[in-house]
Design a protein around this ligand. Structure first.
Ligand code: PLP
Length: 368
């Protein structure tokens, strides 16, 4: 079966993991710090902090904003479930908005009708790594969390996606462009957010007991510690950071493979009138090519036909406002249309040229 998402690991990642294991320390340590610094430097990310998943990074980011309880946070319905769950878990109200049908991204126009006096923040998602048009959204004047889970290589007017709002969130799970197994992170210009995030990711513990007891005039025993607020543990590990450090070295190479597959699909489906292709980046954008998303009125038939041909496809995402948990009565026409017509085709660095040719061949022979 050809998988729809994926990553590519080699002996190099295996060796890096082995070295961490043989160092007898697999938890959070030097490799985590090394990865935070190297990624920050490579992508110009201020204060990059690694945690154990992108989903938890979203929850951390919302917590850091310190909004009044029950604040409304506007976010796309067409996104990963953790985006809305992070809002709920932080004690706020997710308010779903629609996306642009062509880009699958929120716009100032799709956000505006949902703004009320209770709106305290906006969460945007750079779908597939195509940058959201941020300037008109920034002009709305609300704090913005950027979910850049798909957008580790994306730029908007030369600036890295994730650095345009108040806090940027990344995912490094096993299918992401920069994969480490499970992992996520935040980036922020705000030093106070960073200091708090460092405590929060370790159950809210201020400093280790040992650091405390070493402080001058401290009366503490080294096994005592201060906790300023309750939070869950979301520590990353050196095991996973060691994988990510190798993946980081290969990022440009893997991005070139992704772009090449994308361009090949774009060209192959240029004259296929029943397929609406995804939008290429604008000259002022750089895309991450996380996934290749098409629209077609024959989506279900095509997905089943490709499955028979051992090609796995999927729909990312099932719109959240249609999920029972959120009890929404809203109608969001573009998200609903994407739910009926959208399909993600295979795109990842483990696809061979033969795979891509086979996928294109099957699709062009598909009889509607
Ligand atoms: C848009 C988006 N945000 C957040 C996440 C959460 O990331 P993670 O899987 O690392 O928890 C994902 C994961 O697929 C995602 O697609």
């Amino acid at each position: 079966m050809i998988s729809v998402f994926g990553s590519k690991f080699t002996e190099e990642e295996a060796e890096a993991v082995k070295q961490v294991l043989l160092s007898q320390w697999a938890g959070m340590g030097k490799k985590v710090t090394e990865f935070e610094l190297e990624l920050a430097q490579k992508r110009h990310l201020p204060n990059m902090l690694l945690v154990d998943s992108g989903s938890n990074a979203l929850y951390l980011a919302i917590t850091l904003l310190n909004l009044p309880p029950n604040s409304e946070i506007i976010l796309p319905s067409f996104t990963w479930v953790a985006c809305a769950q992070a809002v709920l878990l932080a004690g706020h109200k997710p308010v779903f908005c629609d996306v642009d049908i062509q880009t699958q991204n929120v716009t100032a126009e799709t956000i505006l009708p949902h703004i009320t006096p209770q709106t305290k923040a906006i969460m945007v998602v750079h779908y597939a790594g195509k940058p959201v048009d941020m300037n008109p959204i920034l002009a709305l004047g609300l704090p913005i969390i950027e979910d850049a889970a798909h957008a580790i290589h994306s730029n908007y007017y030369g600036k890295a996606c994730g650095t345009l709002g108040k806090i940027g969130v990344f995912s490094f799970d096993s299918i992401k462009n920069l994969a480490m197994g499970e992992g996520g992170g935040i980036t922020t210009q705000n030093e106070a957010y960073l200091a708090r995030a460092k405590k929060l990711r370790y159950c809210g513990i201020e400093k280790s007991g040992f650091q405390q007891s070493q402080a001058q005039q401290s009366q503490n025993k080294w096994w005592e510690y201060h906790i300023s607020e309750a939070f869950i543990k979301m520590l990353p590990t050196d095991l996973e950071a060691s994988i990510a450090l190798i993946q980081l070295q290969k990022m440009e190479k893997y991005q070139a493979i992704r772009k090449n597959i994308w361009d090949t699909y774009q060209k192959a489906f240029e004259n296929t009138e029943w397929i609406i292709r995804p939008q290429n980046p604008e000259p002022y954008e750089r895309h991450s090519y996380f996934t290749y998303f098409i629209r077609t009125p024959f989506r279900d038939e095509l997905a089943n036909y490709l499955l028979d041909k051992k090609i796995y496809t999927t729909l990312r995402y099932h719109p959240l406002h249609l999920n029972a948990l959120y009890q929404s009565t809203k109608v969001l026409p573009n998200s609903e249309k994407l739910n009926e017509q959208g399909l993600n085709l295979p795109l990842h660095p483990n696809l061979s040229e033969t795979d891509v040719t086979y996928i294109i061949d099957c699709i062009t022979k598909f009889k509607k």
